[in-house]
Design a protein around this ligand. Structure first.
Ligand code: ZN
Length: 190
């Protein structure tokens, strides 16, 4: 039976790198894969999954209205595995659609995404995946102190931690820093 996987972490842990490497491993063995990522702007259709260490690949994009079961049925026929980046942006319905890709189409689905936002709240897609995925895998990265980083702060231009606002800021100048919970609390004054 195919499974629904959720690889979760905080920012800058290298999730996209792992996704691209895993997809490459399939293709190297002659098996097709379908790559999906969130459309964070108005450009629909073709997107791109890029990793910080310089590798990238083309991907189809999804937004909250995309029927992922229909998309995979149409575009993923014959694929050995579906890879989906930015899984935190999935809706709960879309996570169920991916569960049906695994259960009904018998194609494994590998989702990669952030667990919590900069306020320490679960993303909707991550909440649904933590509840519904067959297999949960943590992608680890470390805080500046050497502890495992599980939290993220968003910094404004002056370097201060932002504690309010939209869950996702697109096109801003903010930067994200991954921290352990203790240093996250110190940064946000909690
Ligand atoms: Zn720390």
């Amino acid at each position: 039976m195919a499974k629904l996987y959720f690889h979760y972490s905080t920012m800058n842990a290298g999730k996209s790198t792992l996704l691209l490497q895993a997809s490459y491993n399939y293709r190297e063995r002659g098996m097709a894969t379908l790559l999906l990522t969130a459309a964070l702007d108005d450009r629909a259709g073709t997107g791109r999954i890029a990793s910080r260490i310089g590798i990238a690949d083309a991907a189809l994009t999804f937004d909250p209205t995309t029927d992922l079961l229909a998309l995979v049925t149409e575009r993923g026929a014959g694929c050995a595995c579906i890879f989906l980046d930015e899984a935190q942006f999935l809706t709960r319905d879309q996570v169920w659609q991916l569960a049906r890709v695994a259960d009904d189409l018998n194609i494994p689905v590998m989702c990669y995404g952030l667990r919590v936002d900069f306020r320490g709240e679960l993303f909707p897609g991550s909440s649904a995946l933590l509840a519904l995925a067959d297999d949960l895998r943590e992608v680890r990265t470390i805080c500046h102190c050497g502890r495992k980083a599980t939290m993220v702060i968003r910094r404004d231009d002056s370097g201060r931690a932002i504690t309010e606002g939209a869950q996702v800021q697109v096109g801003g100048n903010e930067t994200y820093v991954s921290l352990c919970r203790r240093h996250w609390r110190a940064a946000v004054g909690a």
